[in-house]
Design a protein around this ligand. Structure first.
Ligand code: 5RP
Length: 232
């Protein structure tokens, strides 16, 4: 079976009755949502916050009950995909352009599980271009600043016009080298006016579920640093 599909199905074992879920974005998450539809049809009671309009559309089509992020105080479990992840659970996300909402949802989740195929697990992140959400206002100046920082920015395009996020912003993909200096990049990006969020998720997940040619592999992150005092 497809590696993404087995990871997407496996993660549903962690979904319990009455949970408030965070639903990520992407092709691996699609399989999880497909399975979730089955479980909801069988009587599972859950509510979910979607991290993108495309996920919200899918959930609506599958009759999975949604709530908005501002209707909830916290989330029990956020399930999402990843573009690259290293052995310290540092990840690049945002290939689908949903990084802002994905980070918001992960930040209020008690538990975060990422699902992926085996190609996403790397020794060092950086081969996949790092997505950054920026304000459209003054975007050419933001790009100029990112160039000056040697971050090789490329404005993401779709149908020959800039790709627009669900938050009505633009995405810049930074073509940095593999094993880049995470501290340098995150500290410099934070100082650029117009940069809204970075697709770098450092030690954010509690567990990854990886589909491989030999079946599914579950890896626990025992070193996650919790910033939420309600976590256990
Ligand atoms: C979207 C994301 C996705 O989780 C990431 O791109 C992985 O997608 P896929 O499961 O399709 O490979 O971060 O913004």
């Amino acid at each position: 079976m497809d590696e993404k599909k087995i990871a997407g199905i496996k993660v549903t074992e962690y979904i319990k009755n009455n949970m408030l879920l965070g639903l990520g974005t992407g092709s691996t998450v699609y399989y999880m949502i497909e399975k979730l539809r089955e479980l909801v049809n069988q009587g599972l009671n859950i509510k979910a916050v979607a991290t993108s309009q495309s996920t919200a559309n899918l959930a609506n089509e599958f009759k999975i009950p949604l709530v908005s992020i501002d209707e909830v105080e916290r989330i029990d479990l956020a399930i999402d995909g990843a573009d690259e992840i290293d052995g310290q659970f540092n990840a690049i996300k945002g290939g689908g352009g949903a990084l802002f909402r994905e980070k918001m949802v992960a930040n209020i989740a008690d538990k975060v599980i990422w699902i992926m195929d085996s190609s996403k697990v790397v020794d060092s992140i950086g081969t996949f271009p790092l997505p950054v959400e920026i304000l459209p206002y003054g975007y050419r100046h933001i790009l100029k600043k990112l160039k000056l920082l040697s971050l090789n920015p490329v404005l993401r395009m779709k149908d020959e016009i800039p790709f627009v996020t669900d938050n009505h912003n633009y995405i810049v993909d930074l073509h940095i080298e593999k094993a880049f200096d995470i501290k340098y990049v995150s500290e410099n990006l934070k100082c650029v006016t117009g940069v809204l969020e970075i697709g770098m998720f450092l030690n954010t997940c509690d567990r990854i579920i990886v589909g491989t040619s030999n079946g599914v592999k579950v890896v626990e992150n025992t070193n996650k640093i919790s910033i939420l005092n309600h976590k256990n």
